[in-house]
Design a protein around this ligand. Structure first.
Ligand code: TGC
Ligand code: FAD
Length: 389
């Protein structure tokens, strides 16, 4: 088993971290090395998620780590980012599980729910006893969630929900789905519990990416919801988009973990593999690739550290998160592709983590706003002109 948990800290960023941040990172790093790595390739091969890890992640305070109260760990945002980085060093699917639970499902309830809903769901979600998912994307509306067709019709003091959500991480595992729908006044959110009549799920199989993560379709056929299931403060597209900002923040950090694993693997491999007269690492073209990887990872680390400082200070803008998500995931994908090439034939087998990361990162580049959508968000920010329509 490759040890992909080593540090890569060319600019001694460790010196800028506080004890709480290092403790959170190190605890998750050792959990990942001891409890995730031995089985991750099996889960990827079998298209299964390692549900047995959920109670352990809860013990480590992973779920809702940066939320305050309601049984959440209340860590700062740098500690939260470092946790995401360590989880994704193992597998993007593991980080996805934690992102969806924390930054999407829990955050939606935390930011848009009533006090009663927060008390009812958040402590159990922090303990990993309730699993959440987040249904925004539909079969015909991905990059343009504002076009969603899912509808909730008012019926007495409740609603009747109809529609389909697709590509939903944790969909069939979840005890509750945060679902976004149009009502007369615009877009709002609902909490739909598993087992509610008319609510069903179907898993998507045949993925070449994120195989150690469950992705599902959610179907709503005349699902009756009472006021307890409506998020009262979710008004307009701003509500789900503000959850995406939280999740993109974690992804920007997470991608560094996947990139670091690929770099470490390529470095170790090229130092030991001899072709012609010496180790591959002794050739100039190989060194150039390793140095490019190191440079991109270090730049991504610096972006995230500053982004975390801004988030902790309460001044972070969503466009800064788009910048970080776009840059870091794209860099990680390029690094994974480069590492795959540097391992030659061994780059295509599961004895090494590289091809698994490379395939996963294709999803990470697409979900939570594609590379091009983040480009348009930034283009609009700097020019004042929207190029979406
Ligand atoms: P637009 O006019 O831009 O915005 C509507 C309202 O929302 C506000 N807003 C935001 N607020 C907080 N955070 C953000 N990131 C925000 N972006 C926009 C905005 O200020 C406005 O507010 P108000 O009060 O003026 O109404 O709306 P638009 O329709 O033009 O949006 C376009 C666009 C492209 C920005 C947006 O729709 C978008 O980001 N599309 C990408 C869709 C996406 O990322 N989907 C992700 C689905 S979830 C997922 O993939 C989970 S994967 C999880 C995992 O497994 O890890
Ligand atoms: P499309 O929007 O159809 O885009 C296709 C291509 O067109 C992309 O290259 C895009 O960049 C480009 N494009 C789109 N609009 C423009 C434009 N205006 N100008 C130029 N180019 C454009 N969603 C959830 O709600 N919850 C989840 O938990 C979730 N988990 C996911 C897990 C996985 C494994 C995957 C693969 C996806 C998940 N998603 C989830 C969905 C994800 O957010 C969407 O796939 C993503 O937002 C892109 O939407 P789309 O796939 O419909 O692509």
């Amino acid at each position: 088993m490759a040890n992909v948990m080593k540090d890569l800290d060319f600019f001694d960023l460790d010196a800028l971290l506080g004890p709480e941040e290092k403790m959170a990172r190190d605890a998750v790093r050792s959990f990942v090395q001891r409890e995730v790595m031995p089985d991750i390739e099996r889960h990827f091969a079998n298209e299964t998620f390692a549900l047995e890890l959920v109670p352990r992640m809860a013990e480590l305070g992973v779920f809702g780590a940066n939320l305050h109260g309601y049984g959440c760990a209340g860590m700062n945002n740098i500690a939260y980012g470092l946790i995401m980085q360590e989880l994704e060093a193992a597998d993007s699917g593991l980080r996805s599980f934690a992102s969806v639970q924390s930054a999407l499902a829990m955050y939606a309830i935390y930011s848009s729910g009533s006090e009663e809903q927060k008390l009812r769901y958040l402590p159990e979600m922090a303990k990993g006893k309730l699993i959440g998912c987040f249904g925004l994307t539909e079969p015909d509306h991905g990059s343009d969630p504002g076009g969603m067709e899912t509808r909730a019709r008012k019926d007495g003091d409740g609603w009747v929900l109809n529609g389909t959500k697709r590509w939903i991480t944790n969909g069939s595992l979840a005890n509750l789905a945060v679902v976004w729908a149009k009502v007369e006044e615009g877009i709002t959110g609902f909490i739909v519990e598993k087992g509610t009549p008319g609510f069903s799920t179907r898993d998507i199989h045949g993925k070449f990416s994120m195989r150690a993560s469950i992705t599902s379709e959610l179907m709503f056929d005349d699902v009756r919801l009472d006021p307890r299931h409506h998020l009262p403060n979710a008004r307009g597209l701003r509500a789900p988009l503000s959850c995406l900002t939280q999740a993109r923040y974690g992804i920007a950090w997470g991608a560094i973990g996947a990139a670091r694993s690929c770099y470490q693997c390529a470095l170790d491999y090229t130092k030991s593999r001899k072709q012609f007269s010496r180790p591959l690492a002794g050739y100039q073209m190989v060194q150039r690739k390793l140095v490019d990887m190191l440079t991109e990872i270090t730049k991504a680390q610096l972006i995230c550290l500053r982004l975390g400082q801004l988030k902790d200070a309460g001044t972070m803008r969503p466009e800064q998160v788009s910048f970080a998500k776009r840059n870091n995931v794209n860099a990680a994908l390029e690094i994974a592709r480069m590492a795959r090439d540097m391992l030659g034939a061994n780059g295509i087998v599961n004895e090494y983590p590289v091809i698994r990361h490379m395939l996963n990162l294709e999803t990470v580049n697409t979900y939570e706003g594609t590379f091009d959508v983040q480009t348009l968000i930034l283009g609009r920010d700097i020019t004042g002109e929207s190029a979406f329509d």
